[in-house]
Design a protein around this ligand. Structure first.
Ligand code: FES
Length: 290
């Protein structure tokens, strides 16, 4: 991967948002580009998933979800990060969503959906003492999107409130590390390249693009072909890949190519001809006109 900068340039932007009850949200912005948000979110969802909760807060409503096991999927497809567990999944638009092979998302909607501001926050009580820590995202319309809740030293197991005099300060370690890397630019991003930009091959396992319910032999053929070729390419399954016919459908993220009627034999050629030699299989490329 070229052009990846492990050092974040600090924005030095701090703002405050005071509630009617005199609690004060202090935001410290950091760059919302994919080479910053990608490593950050990969770290949280693939390496620190035990420490993070996901939710949404507006007046009158709070949602908090926690991971009970490692997310089984953490992948960027057409601008959207998808993180999936056994029981639930989330999508967050980190890059412009073009709209699949037809590129049908109107430009203004792309701008509305994409993360356009990101900040670490501390929520201070009326006495000015921090009591909550997390990360907030906003979309292009300035609306609050997902909130990530980081470990809170004033909470014990099962959200039990600990005595004010006995906070577990060590629980602020993750917040401090993230702040040093992504807000202050004092430590490097702990990756050589953007982990969300690693190439992958994905097979649609939805049944709308019949006969994609036969995706499994294609998936297995891709896996063995990638292994045989010794490529550093992940092979995954996914939901709809926005083609919805002539399955099995395969998507290669390296150059955004969609293949249709990808039988196991075609899957093998996708790897040996396209990925290894750079020669796309013209007969199987998705064409909206077909
Ligand atoms: S259901 Fe397979 S691409 Fe849409």
């Amino acid at each position: 991967m070229t052009g990846f900068n492990r050092w974040v340039t600090a924005l030095h932007k701090q703002t405050e948002e005071r509630s009617p009850t005199n609690w004060n949200l202090v935001y410290e912005d950091f760059p919302h580009t994919i080479d910053v948000t990608g490593p950050l979110l990969y770290t949280l969802f693939q390496e620190q998933w035990q420490q993070v909760q996901i939710g949404h807060i507006v007046e009158g409503s709070v949602l908090e979800l926690e991971f009970t096991s490692e997310p089984k999927l953490c992948v960027l497809y057409d601008g959207y990060l998808t993180v999936a567990t056994e029981g639930w999944h989330l999508h967050l638009c980190l890059e412009e969503h073009l709209g699949g092979p037809l590129c049908k998302t109107p430009p203004e909607l792309r701008q509305h959906r994409v993360v356009s501001r990101a900040a670490l926050y501390r929520r201070k009580n009326p006495q000015g003492e921090p009591r909550m820590w997390g990360i907030q995202f906003w979309n292009g319309a300035g609306e609050k999107m997902m909130t990530l809740f980081l470990p809170n030293p004033y909470l014990g197991d099962g959200e039990d409130l600990l005595p004010e005099s006995k906070p577990r300060q060590e629980k602020l370690q993750l917040y401090s590390q993230l702040r040093d890397i992504y807000v202050l630019g004092k430590s490097p991003i702990p990756f050589e390249d953007n982990p969300l930009k690693r190439p992958y091959l994905s097979v649609c396992r939805s049944s709308r693009c019949y006969p994609s319910r036969q995706w499994q032999p294609t998936f297995e053929a891709l896996q063995s072909a990638v292994e045989k070729a010794g490529l550093d390419v992940q092979v995954i399954t996914s939901g709809c890949l926005e083609v919805c016919r002539m399955g099995p459908v395969v998507f290669y993220s390296g150059d955004r190519t969609w293949y249709t009627r990808a039988t196991p034999e075609v899957a093998d050629r996708i790897v040996s001809e396209h990925l290894v030699k750079g020669e796309k299989l013209a007969k199987h490329l998705y064409s909206p006109a077909v």
